[in-house]
Design a protein around this ligand. Structure first.
Ligand code: FMN
Length: 227
């Protein structure tokens, strides 16, 4: 698969088959993904590659805390201003449409939240974490290690696509970082940034037919003297 196909066919997968992902494939994906650039080659990313019983333990622990207020190491955006709210709203409406979930159905919304906490049934996950003090300085926040982790995360998702695997980046997967640090033996000094659920997509599930739109180039770019 060439890079353009890898990018254009990647989309978030929200229903996975239970089939396990071979260990060598997961390790290869992480090995190659690390070719991502990073500030002064600091390579701030660390990974927990998790499957099998350990992932089941994590899912169970998250289910036990379902409905609890998330306490992520990295704050989310809070209330979204425009135009972001409209884009997010369009995305949620698109999922509701293909899955048949009615807007305002609280039972369906709760069920959907639980699906997310269960990593949408993925048999494996790659958690990305990094040294807390490298990001949160006394005088300011150093965003660059997080930026670098974003680059490696996208590499992971594109590589997975090349292996016929599906992925979804999930802030939800790190909503309870204490559970992850505890079950994975990760030090308190590390901040859990993101979980990427990974597995073989269940293409029979309608939710996987959905891909939200993107803005046109003219809506997001100003061009100067390029023609
Ligand atoms: C940093 C980040 C966190 C995300 N967290 C979640 C999440 O917790 N749950 C979820 O269902 N999707 C999550 N997503 C997936 C986005 O909703 C998705 O990427 C976006 O709607 C664009 O759709 P696409 O990935 O199919 O192109 C996350 C994506 C990113 C990049």
């Amino acid at each position: 698969m060439d890079i353009i196909a890898a990018i254009t066919t990647r989309k978030s997968i929200r229903a996975f088959k239970p089939d396990p992902v071979p260990a060598e494939v997961l390790r290869d994906i992480v090995r190659v993904a690390q070719q991502a650039p990073s500030w002064a080659n600091t390579q701030p990313w660390e990974f927990a590659i998790v499957g099998g019983k350990k992932l089941e333990e994590i899912k169970l622990a998250f289910a036990g805390r379902s409905g609890e207020r998330p306490a992520p190491d990295f704050a989310g955006p809070g209330r979204l201003p425009e135009p972001y709210a409209a884009r997010a709203g369009g995305m949620f409406a698109g999922i509701a449409k293909v899955t048949g979930m009615a807007g305002g159905d609280r039972t369906a919304a709760l069920w959907w939240l639980q699906q997310g906490e269960n990593l949408y049934g993925a048999p494996a996950a790659i958690y990305i974490y990094l040294e807390r003090d490298f990001c949160f300085r006394e005088d300011a926040t150093n965003v660059w290690p997080v930026f670098d982790c974003g680059l490696v995360a996208q590499n992971i998702m594109l590589l997975a696509n090349c292996y016929g695997l599906g992925t979804i980046a999930q802030a939800q997967a790190v909503h309870h970082p204490d559970i992850l640090r505890d079950l994975l033996g990760i030090a308190e000094t590390k901040a859990m940034l993101l979980g990427i659920a990974i597995g073989y997509p269940d293409w029979d599930e309608a939710v996987n037919s959905f891909k939200p739109d993107r803005e046109g180039v003219d809506a997001v770019a100003r061009c100067y003297d390029i023609d």
